[in-house]
Design a protein around this ligand. Sequence first.
Ligand SMILES: [Fe+2]
Length: 399
Amino acid sequence: MKTLYYKFMAVVVTWLLRLLPRNPPVVYKGLNSALILCEQVAILGFKRVLIVTDDFLGSSGILDGVKEKLTEGGVEYVVYDGVLPDPTFDKVQEGEAMYRKERCEAVIAVGGGSVLDAAKMVAMLHTNPGPLSKFDGIQKSKKPGTPLFAIPTTAGTGSEITLAAIITDPESHRKVPVVDSKMIPGYVALDAEIMKGMPPGITAATGMDALTHAVESYLSKASTEGTEIQAKAAVRLIFKYLVAAYHNGDDMEARDGMAVASFYAGAAFGKTSVGYVHGIAHQLGRVCGTPHGNANAMVLPEVLAAYGDCVHPRLADLARLVEVGEPGGSDRQLAGAFIQSIIDMRKEMDLPLQPKDLKAHDVPGIIEEALKEAGGLYPVPRYLSSDEVRHIVNGLLAA
Ligand SMILES: [Fe+2]
């Protein structure tokens, strides 16, 4: 009975994702494209903007070039640097209050996924006032947000192109998924220069998040020819550049490749949604505070293996794409080689294999919520049983 309900929901979600109207952003790419984006802020006629960022970036000097360029163009700015990881709605409200008080005309988000998510919500809240519950769900806002410019400083979440933001309710601590195509930023800069200070651990974790987006999108039942092209491009770039960017943060070719990979992966999963890797990873984040990219990396190969035969042809496609496994091997062999190459990548980048503080008594709740999230929301290639998910989560205890 539950599987029937999940199948019905998968069809609903697939069609919603396909039918939502979207305006893709104007994208500036390449070295110093963040500065080009700031020039465009002036050219577009904005006179006063709110920069949304976090405390670390606000005091790191990364913003200096952005501020200089805005000033050169005659654009005044104020900085809201209160965003924390897993942004809460009260911080969104703080940012919007500053936007209103300072009479800003646009938002510029400079940061990782949390900053981008918070900035998207600041822009939406300004034109759609109300509590967080008003935004909970799919396409709940009535009006477009204020103009939004995005400068991602990490390569992984793809938030700069997605129609989603995860905002935490400060009282219940529930992570509320806000899905609204009006949240997609209008202008994006994919600037490797601004990403070169990213530490190796964050480079690895965010890169594995991007890989998970691409692979889960490629396996999604909602995938289309268009999303498959984007997902494959992301996988190819990640296999080529992620480990290089991890070992040498100053490798601008690798950083540039990862910035583009994250964007393509975001574009793909924004139209197909994700799968059980995210379903489980979100619970590890909720229960253990595991950073999202790390949590995905902990279970990506294991979930792919658990899907079994039904994903072998698709994973074999990806294996051929990145040239792992024996040429001419069977789909099963190539799928195995692709999964093994992810395990090798995870090892090479020294990613943690188990969450801190995961206790055996947490496992039943994680399984229940993961099954509910993935089964009820994502067009997954196959429904996993609670025993299959238990096997994966118990593996994290024993690792
Ligand atoms: Fe993700």
